[in-house]
Design a binder for this molecule. Structure first.
Ligand SMILES: Nc1ncnc2c1ncn2[C@@H]1O[C@H](COP(=O)(O)OP(=O)(O)OP(=O)(O)O)[C@@H](O)[C@H]1O
Ligand SMILES: Cc1ncc(COP(=O)(O)O)c(N)n1
Length: 266
């Protein structure tokens, strides 16, 4: 029997604490999964945008992966920002051998609009990393890129989720509706059924890190042994509370609140 659930994130940093590795580790901690991290890129960013990016050398990414994999239990893992193909290759090699639930957040641009991954790497992600996943969690622009089709309606969202499983080999697909108007509805296709997860839209500009927080919450729940459906359902509650009680910090799009779920429960 496992002593403690352990979750690993492989992603970039956010010194302002709202997105990337920081959002992931805060979420793991809040959900009582032991958090571990491998850093791909050091990103100088805040609520207003990205100011600079420094990629960690490939051999150091590989060594970080070896350090954690050789010594620690990993019950679920998540990837976020992986900026280029070389990084993807090494991560692909290491995680293919792991055989644990894998949540891929196909991070391409920050909420601010700044690009976080190189053009040529997008295709590599689509062809090589998607087939390794238990779950992929694109927002609408990311899903449009992955399937090469426009997504306008909720039917389009459902079809995109099915296509990702049937044509692109992902284990399951969760298409997030944060970028639409009206209720915040997401669709999960798990290979057999479509499920919807919906919440009232919260009127706020403070959504920096919502995608990271959602995928990290799902990863934490998977590390604790929840089913995919329950992990997404609980993850949706977690991110909704995090947006509802988000912080009006910084001059731009403020960060979500990773301990908000406690307020809703108390
Ligand atoms: N204003 C909002 N009110 C309620 N839920 C929201 C709101 N905005 C986004 N969500 C929800 O937050 C989650 C993240 O969705 P979104 O589509 O924004 O992802 P994302 O684009 O990857 O995140 P980010 O904006 O951080 O890049 C989804 O469950 C979505 O429905
Ligand atoms: C290192 C890193 N990873 C991911 C995001 C996306 O988060 P968001 O779109 O919410 O700003 C980000 N800004 N920075």
């Amino acid at each position: 029997m496992k002593q403690v659930a352990c979750a690993l994130t492989i992603a970039g940093t956010d010194p302002s604490g709202g997105a990337g590795i920081h959002a992931d580790l805060k979420t793991f901690q809040e959900l009582q999964s032991y958090g571990m991290s491998v850093i791909t890129s050091v990103v100088a960013q805040n609520t207003t945008g990205v100011q600079a990016v420094h990629h960690v050398p490939i051999e150091i990414i590989e060594q970080q992966l070896d350090s954690v994999i050789s010594d620690m239990p990993i019950h679920a893992l998540k990837t976020g920002m992986i900026a280029n193909q070389e990084m993807m290759k090494v991560i692909q090699k290491k995680i293919a051998a792991l055989q644990v639930p894998y949540v891929l957040d196909p991070v391409m641009v920050a909420t601010s609009g700044d690009a976080l991954i190189e053009e040529e790497a997008r295709d590599y992600l689509r062809k090589q990393l998607l087939p390794l996943t238990t779950l992929v969690t694109p927002n609408i622009p990311e899903a449009e890129f992955l399937i090469g089709e426009t997504i306008k309606t909720t039917d389009d969202m459902k079809q995109a989720a099915e296509l990702l499983v049937k044509e692109f080999g992902v284990g399951a697909a969760l298409i997030k509706g944060g970028h639409r108007e009206g209720e915040a509805i997401d669709f999960l296709y798990d290979g057999s059924n479509i499920h919807s997860f919906s919440a009232e839209r919260i009127d706020t500009k403070n959504t920096h890190g919502t995608g990271c927080t959602y995928a990290a919450a799902i990863t934490a729940y998977l590390s604790k042994g929840l089913s995919l459906y329950d992990a997404v359902k609980n993850g949706k509650d977690f991110v909704t509370a995090a947006i509802k009680y988000s912080f009006d910090l910084g001059a731009g799009s403020g960060p979500t609140n990773h301990w908000a779920i406690r307020k809703d429960k108390c």
